[in-house]
Design a protein around this ligand. Structure first.
Ligand SMILES: Cc1cc2nc3c(=O)[nH]c(=O)nc-3n(C[C@H](O)[C@H](O)[C@H](O)COP(=O)(O)OP(=O)(O)OC[C@H]3O[C@@H](n4cnc5c(N)ncnc54)[C@H](O)[C@@H]3O)c2cc1C
Length: 404
């Protein structure tokens, strides 16, 4: 494989920025172009629903790297530039304004895109989504006029917005279609726990209830629910999930719930790699899609190295994410679409526990760790080891996970 002399990265989210840093660290000295359709200097998204919305950090605080880094890396960073097409034969990328950029290798790091709600009134002023800095800044500015907020969806983003807004003193109602929040990821027991968590913070959580319309003359005044209820509010935040963003298509580029990549990050087009939220990738025999920060970073790091390497290394990192809600930190390590049994250490009542998910052969697949950060690293190693573990030992607080 010849060394590339021009690399183009599409998307300057955390995956794109990590790839830039890795390429330069690994000694790549060729041309490096990064295009992003956003206008802002690349920034971090997790604080948008937490500290930024709470007003405790500014836009400058959440920049992914300082302007100095961008200069030092000698990157042609092109903001407000949207990539639209790729030509694998000509080795070119075309932008919405018709510019053509040549490449030896491309990394697609186009992230995820919001699922939108389609109900009457959804375009009224006062309805917000939360994905970009601009979204968060608009929502934050609007909150000073809001006493009653409706959050649609009790997933991680919805729950964090509810938590931040309760702290700001707003009256918050959360509408969730499922019986328990997050039960599809964490199971009913923890779903029940998260329902009680909202209620303990005076959130009006309404489960098995969805939004059917937003009402208001010029801006939102209330929402109507599937149970025929009307909830008065001055703002609505929609958090009904995201899906992989795959804006650049080509007949030979395989897309299925995201850009399909192999363990080395290669797409079906030669010279075209993809990393982060926009991909579907192989993990333990399944093609999975992960929309979390740590995965975007680790994935991009490995794949950027592979873009330069004679001998590529497979990406095999155990996924990890965190969520901050009502002063608690929840960390999830592993991946369990289904499981046979769960084992818990600690106490849900005290919000300090670790719930582990095992398969039928007693191998640890994943764990949700509540306010016990020390457990995370050793659990990650146990998951990585893929060996059966003794259930009694897992339960036994006297044994540290490191000992296991
Ligand atoms: C509000 C919020 C809170 C979050 N909190 C957490 C958390 O607590 N923990 C956690 O683990 N994860 C969290 N996440 C998820 C995490 O931020 C994402 O997983 C991570 O940002 C993914 O990085 P990425 O680089 O793959 O994609 P993105 O960050 O989505 O970046 C993709 C970039 O590509 C650009 N782009 C897209 N299409 C084009 C195009 N055609 N041309 C040019 N540019 C394009 C976009 O403008 C964007 O800048 C949160 C996300 C949000 C929105």
């Amino acid at each position: 494989m010849h060394s590339p002399t021009s690399i183009v990265i599409v998307g300057a989210g955390v995956a794109g920025v990590q790839a830039v840093e890795t390429l330069r660290r690994e000694g790549y000295e060729g041309a490096l172009t990064v295009v992003d359709k956003a206008a802002e200097i690349p920034y971090d998204r997790p604080p948008l629903s937490k500290e930024f919305l709470a007003g405790t950090v500014t836009a400058e605080d959440i920049a992914l790297r300082s302007p100095g880094h961008w200069n030092q890396w000698d990157v042609d960073l092109r903001l407000t530039v949207e990539a639209t097409q790729i030509d694998p034969r000509e080795h070119t990328l075309t932008t919405a304004s018709g510019d053509v950029i040549a490449w030896d290798k491309v990394l697609l790091a186009t992230g995820s895109t919001l699922r939108e709600l389609k109900v009457p009134g959804i375009t009224l002023d006062g309805v917000f989504y939360l994905k970009t800095l601009e979204d968060a800044a608009r929502l934050r500015a609007a909150l000073s006029e809001v006493q009653e907020l409706v959050v649609v969806g009790a997933g991680f983003i919805g729950a964090e917005v509810a938590s931040t807004c309760r702290k700001r003193g707003l009256h918050v109602t959360v509408l969730e279609m499922m019986k328990y929040p997050l039960a599809h990821i964490l199971g009913e027991d923890l779903g029940h726990y998260f329902a009680r968590l909202h209620e303990a913070h005076d959130v009006d959580l309404r489960t098995e209830e969805s939004i059917v319309a937003v009402h208001g003359k010029t801006r939102v005044e209330s929402v109507e629910t599937s149970k025929g209820q009307t909830i008065s509010c001055q703002a609505v935040v929609v958090g009904v999930g995201v899906m992989a963003n795959t804006p650049i298509l080509h007949e030979q580029l395989e897309v299925s719930r995201g850009y399909v990549v192999d363990a080395f990050g290669r797409t079906s087009l030669p010279g075209v790699f993809a990393a982060g939220d926009c991909t579907v990738w192989p993990y333990r025999g399944h093609m999975i899609h992960v929309e979390h920060w740590d995965h975007a970073v680790q994935h991009a790091k490995t794949i950027a190295r592979n873009m330069l390497a004679e001998e590529m290394v497979p990406y095999d990192t155990v996924p990890y994410f965190w969520s901050d809600q009502y002063g608690n930190r929840y960390q999830y390590v592993g991946h369990a679409a289904k499981w046979s049994q769960t084992v818990t250490r600690g106490s849900q009542a005290e919000h300090r526990f670790t719930q582990m998910y095992l398969d039928e052969e007693n191998r640890l697949l994943a764990a949700l760790v509540a306010n016990r950060p020390k457990d995370v690293m050793s659990l990650r190693r146990l998951i990585d080891a893929r060996r059966p573990v003794d259930r009694m030992q897992l339960e036994n607080e006297a044994l540290s996970f490191t000992q296991l």
